[in-house]
Design a protein around this ligand. Structure first.
Ligand code: ADP
Ligand code: MG
Length: 275
C-alpha cells in the first residue's frame, strides 16, 4: 500500500482544534496556548517539542482536563468525544482507561504510603477490568513488561525504596495498566540522568509498538524526537509554528525557531553546510 493510501486509512484518535489556554495572574490574562490544532492517528508517535515555558504542559493538561488554568477554549476530540465538554463521569471512564499519562516527576506522582503493586493494580480495579487478586498478578506482569527485575518482590515495596529510573518505570506501568489507546508522556525523563533516560525512551517506543497505541511525547529535546517519533509539532510562544513528518522537518526546517533547535544537532545524513 502506498503512503498516501495509508494516510487516508489511518483514523484520527485525537483531534485538537483551536485550543486556547490562559491563566489569571494578578488579574491579568496570560495566554499560555494560543490557538493550536493538531491530530494524532491511531498507532502514531507524535513529538511535541519546544522550549521551556512555550505552553506544552499547559496544552496537555487542558486536553486531559487536569489543568489549573482559568480559561480553556477549543475542542479536543478523543475518538469523537470532546474532552473539553465531557462530563466528570465520561472523563473518569476515559482517563486512565483510554488515555494514560506519564509526567515528569515520578516522586510527586506516586503515593508514598502505598505499595507500588497496589498503585499499579488500582486502575484495573477502578475500571473493573480485574478483581483485586487478578490485578496484583497483572501488576507483576506489568512490572516485568517495563523491565523491573524481580517484580514479585518489588510489588511489596514503597516508592522511596526505588531509584528514580525504577520509579519512572513504575509510573509507566501504572499508565499502561489498562492498555490505553493513547499515552501522553510529558517530559518523562527530564529528571533522570542520560543513560537511564535513553533506556526509558527506548522502552516507551517498544511498548508503543507492542501495544499498538498512540504516543504523544512532550520534550524539549529534538534528539529524542528524531529517534522515536513519526511526526513532530514544534511549539513556540503558545503556538504550533511548524509540523510534519520528523524526517521532513529535520531535513528542511521552515521556521527560524526549528532551524535554531536543529543547529544544536549534529547532522548525520549530510555534511554540515554553512550558509
Ligand atoms: N499554574 C499556572 N499558573 C500560572 N501560569 C502558569 C501555570 N502553569 C503554567 N503557567 C505559564 O504558562 C506558560 C506555559 O507553561 P508550560 O505549559 O508549563 O510550559 P512548558 O511545559 O512548555 O515548559 C508559562 O508562561 C508558564 O509560566
Ligand atoms: Mg512542561
Amino acid at each position: 500500500m502506498n503512503t498516501l493510501l495509508q494516510g487516508i486509512k489511518k483514523k484520527n484518535l485525537l483531534q485538537v482544534e483551536n485550543l486556547h489556554v490562559a491563566f489569571s495572574i494578578h488579574k491579568q490574562k496570560l495566554e499560555a496556548v494560543r490557538g493550536i490544532s493538531f491530530t494524532i492517528a491511531a498507532g502514531e508517535t507524535v513529538g511535541l517539542v519546544g522550549e521551556s515555558g512555550c505552553g506544552k504542559t499547559a496544552a496537555v493538561q487542558a486536553i486531559t482536563r487536569l489543568t489549573p488554568a482559568e480559561w480553556v477554549e477549543g475542542k479536543a476530540l478523543f475518538d469523537g468525544t470532546d474532552l473539553l465538554q465531557a462530563t466528570p463521569e465520561e472523563l473518569r471512564k476515559i482517563r486512565g482507561r483510554e488515555i494514560g499519562m506519564v509526567f515528569q516527576d515520578p516522586m510527586s506522582s506516586l503515593n508514598p504510603t502505598m505499595t507500588i503493586g497496589k498503585q499499579i493494580a488500582e486502575g484495573l480495579i477502578y475500571h473493573k477490568l480485574a478483581s483485586k487478586k487478578e490485578a496484583l498478578q497483572e501488576a507483576i506482569e506489568l512490572l516485568r513488561l517495563v523491565g523491573v527485575p524481580h517484580p514479585e518482590i518489588r510489588i511489596h515495596q514503597y516508592p522511596h525504596e526505588l531509584s528514580g529510573g525504577m520509579r519512572q518505570r513504575v509510573l509507566i506501568a501504572i499508565a499502561l495498566a489498562c492498555k490505553p489507546r493513547l499515552l501522553i508522556a510529558d517530559e518523562p525523563t527530564t529528571a533522570l540522568d542520560v543513560t537511564i533516560s535513553v533506556q526509558i525512551l527506548e522502552l516507551l517506543k517498544a511498548l508503543q509498538k507492542k501495544l499498538q497505541m498512540s504516543l504523544l511525547l512532550i520534550t524539549h529535546d529534538l534528539h529524542v524526537v528524531a529517534a522515536i517519533c513519526d511526526r513532530v509539532l514544534v511549539m513556540y510562544a503558545g503556538q504550533i509554528v511548524e509540523e510534519g513528518p520528523v524526517k521532513e522537518v529535520l531535513r528542511q526546517p521552515k521556521h527560524p525557531y526549528t532551524k535554531m533547535l536543529l543547529q544544536a544537532l549534529p547532522r548525520l545524513d549530510r555534511p554540515t553546510v554553512l550558509t
